[in-house]
Structures are given as structure tokens and as C-alpha cells.
Design a protein around this ligand. Structure first.
Ligand SMILES: [Zn+2]
Length: 392
């Protein structure tokens, strides 16, 4: 959906060519933490089909007028709500993965449907509007500010983020001229500025391991809420008041593995979570905080069942197995092929599938090309088996 745009001020309508959903009341301009006014949710379907059948391969511009009262989504995660939701300080933000973006903007929440994005956010003057990518303008008109953000690299909709509320924007230049814009809720703990400053060394370290950082922009978004999860929203990962300290490296690693190289379907989610978990372990080992072997042992090494990593029906899509089992499988691969071939593989994986989609078969094909080895046994033992070996 190239050029998708959303107005997070609480617009409401989904309009096809002929039908118009009844608009809901816009939310109160000053926030205040009240739940959204009752109104029709944005329908998941509703655009009218084109008048003439489209020829395959034809480029078509589609303009969707829409409005609705954004709400949370349907994803049954016990620990977090997905979709459009209030923070604890009167603001609002979106939690996207896996299907939360379509709660506030027409989107196809499938990881293979990537798009560039531009956002126009209309807020009161004492609020800040935050989104992915680059802040290209902020224009004040009377008692409102219009914030425009753009990201001209294609990303899956589950990595889209919008937040409006009481934020400080800190702008600076990072490694290799990277533009860093941090958006930290004014009610968040003050020491988070120091944690956010660690982005530079995290990005530099991962660049040395995985190749160039895949975007031109970076930063963190810290919302004034308690979520128990963080999310790798592209260029500007989302954290709650506490998440920055435990999830910073993990979410930055996802910029390579997940946001740039995206699984074809969520069945291959281990390509995100196993990689980001392993990257986090590498970084903690590099910093000297936790030796890599301790992480592997403490996590159980992925053993003890939990289902096959490549069979999410068995393992459950966001199960711990996908994270630590996936990371341990990567460590087993590293032990088997050696450091040089392993890190060559990680960098080529990021490079050859940049901004695209790939799956487990693609990884195996590249791994066998890079190493010259038959890796069917590794796949069978570490990815496809419901019970993995005790230790790599
Ligand atoms: Zn993750």
C-alpha cells in the first residue's frame, strides 16, 4: 500500500466508491485518558471493487477515504493489547504486531504486503505526534500542530507505529550520519535518556556483525504505559516505561531481521525472534554483562519441548520456544559451520533479502551456499523437531 497515510487525530470513515460508513465522533482534542467515544470501528472490509477488471501487472493508484473510531484489535495476547490504545498520561499510541495497524488505518496486515509510509498527525500544540521514519515538517496553525513523518523504505504494517501525546523529541546524529530522533514520554523515568544514548554502540556493534543498518533513521519511542512487551516498530522501536532497559538491543536487531528482511508469513517468525534474541545475546556477551553460554544455558537451550520452531501451530506463534529455541538453533549452526561462515551468512541474509520477504527454505539455501555443507540434519534436529538437543 504505497503512500498509505493515516490521520491519528481520530478520524473515522471507510468509504468505498459508493458506500459511506457512518462517521464516529472524533476524540476530545486534549486527550485526558478517556476511552474513545463510541462509534463504528474501522471495518476490515468495505472498499468497492474497481469498475473495470484490472489487467494483471497493471499499476493502479488507489485512494481510500476512511474514518472510524480507532480501537484495540482482536489478537488474543494475554499480556498486551494490540491496536489503538490510550497511554497513562492522556495520549494515544498504536501497538501493531501482528494485526493492530488495521484498527486505525486501512491496511492489509500480512507480513508480505510491505509499503512505504507517510503520516500527517494533527495534534493540539502541547502534544507531539510521532511515527516511523523521518520528521519532515511540523507546522503550527492556531492551536494545532501538523506533524509529517515519512519512511521511504517498504516495511510490513506490523512494524508501523503512531503515538500522540506528551513527548520530548531529542534529535541528534548517530553512527555514519544516521539521523536519530528519540521520542520519550515526559512522564518516563529521567535516566532513560542515558539508556537511549546506548543506541549508538548497539547499532555500531550490530553493523560490525550484520552489515549496514538498513534505514536512514533511528530512535526510540518510549510511551507512558506499562505493557510488558516492546515492539520493533521500524526505525523507531516502541518501549514502555521499563522496556528500554531490557529490550533495546533486541528491538534494534529487528531493524535488520524482521523490519528489513521480513518473514513471508508469521509461520516463519523464528527468523525474526530467533535472530533478534541471538543478536541480543551477542551484544550482552560483547558488553561483558552476560556470557553467551550463560544465556543459552539459562534459557534452557531451547530444549525441553515446546514444539517445533517451524511449526507454530505446535509451538504457538509467539511462544518462548520461537525466541530462545530459535536463538539456540542459530548457535548450533554457528558451532557446526564456524564463526567466519556463520557471520558471513548473517550479513548476506540481511543484504540479499533487504526490504523483501524470505522464509526458512531461503535461509537454508543461502546457508548451504555460504558454507558448502548439507544442512538438512541441522534443520531436522533444531528447527523441525518438537524436542531439540540439550545443548548445541
Ligand atoms: Zn522480538
Amino acid at each position: 500500500m504505497p503512500g498509505s497515510s493515516g490521520s491519528a487525530g481520530g478520524v473515522t470513515t471507510w468509504r468505498g466508491d459508493e458506500s459511506t460508513a457512518s462517521p464516529g465522533a472524533p476524540p476530545p482534542p486534549g486527550g485526558g485518558g478517556a476511552p474513545p467515544a463510541a462509534g463504528p470501528p474501522i471495518p476490515r472490509r468495505g472498499a468497492a471493487p474497481p469498475a473495470e477488471p484490472l489487467e494483471p501487472g497493471t499499476d493502479v493508484d488507489v485512494t481510500l477515504a476512511y474514518a472510524g473510531t480507532p480501537d484495540t484489535g482482536s489478537f488474543p495476547a494475554g499480556f498486551a493489547r494490540v491496536g489503538w490504545q490510550p497511554d497513562d498520561a492522556g495520549g494515544w499510541f498504536s501497538m501493531a504486531e501482528p494485526d493492530g495497524t488495521s484498527t486505525w488505518v486501512p491496511s492489509n496486515d500480512h507480513p508480505s504486503d510491505k509499503a512505504t509510509w507517510s503520516f500527517t498527525l494533527d495534534t493540539p500544540t502541547d502534544w507531539t505526534g510521532v511515527a516511523n521514519g523521518r520528521l519532515v515538517s511540523r507546522e503550527r496553525a492556531g492551536d494545532r500542530i501538523e506533524w509529517r513523518w515519512e519512511l521511504d523504505r517498504p516495511i510490513p504494517s506490523y512494524t508501523v507505529v503512531v503515538a500522540v501525546g506528551d513527548y520530548r523529541l531529542e534529535e541528534r546524529t548517530g553512527p555514519d550520519g544516521l539521523r536519530i530522533v528519540d521520542a520519550i514520554a515526559t512522564g518516563a523515568p529521567a535516566h532513560l535518556d542515558e539508556v537511549a544514548a546506548r543506541q549508538d554502540e548497539v547499532i555500531e556493534y550490530f553493523t560490525s556483525r550484520f552489515g549496514p543498518y538498513p534505514f536512514e533513521d533511528a530512535g526510540v519511542l518510549v510511551v507512558d504505559a506499562e505493557l510488558s512487551v516492546a515492539l520493533e516498530t521500524a526505525t523507531r522501536p516502541l518501549f514502555d516505561r521499563y522496556g528500554l532497559e531490557w529490550a533495546l538491543a533486541h528491538e534494534i536487531a529487528h531493524q535488520w531481521y524482521g523490519d528489513s528482511v521480513t518473514p513471508t508469513t508469521f509461520e516463519h517468525l523464528w527468523l525474526n525472534e530467533g535472530f533478534a534474541t541471538y543478536a541480543d545475546w551477542l551484544y550482552e556477551d560483547e558488553r561483558g554483562t552476560t556470557p553467551l553460554d550463560d544465556d543459552i544455558i539459562f534459557s534452557g537451550g531451547g530444549s525441553g519441548g515446546g514444539g517445533a520452531i517451524t511449526d507454530p501451530d505446535e509451538a504457538r506463534t509467539f511462544a518462548e520456544t520461537i525466541y530462545t529455541g530459535g536463538a539456540t538453533a542459530l548457535h548450533a549452526l554457528r558451532r557446526r559451520v564456524g564463526d567466519d561462515a556463520f557471520f558471513d551468512l548473517l550479513a548476506r541474509w540481511a543484504d540479499e533479502h533487504r526490504y523483501a520477504n524470505a522464509d526458512t527454505n531461503d535461509l537454508l539455501a543461502l546457508a548451504e551456499e555460504v558454507t558448502g555443507q548439507d544442512l538438512d540434519g541441522w534443520r531436522r534436529d533444531w528447527l523441525d523437531a518438537p524436542d531439540r538437543p540439550d545443548h548445541p
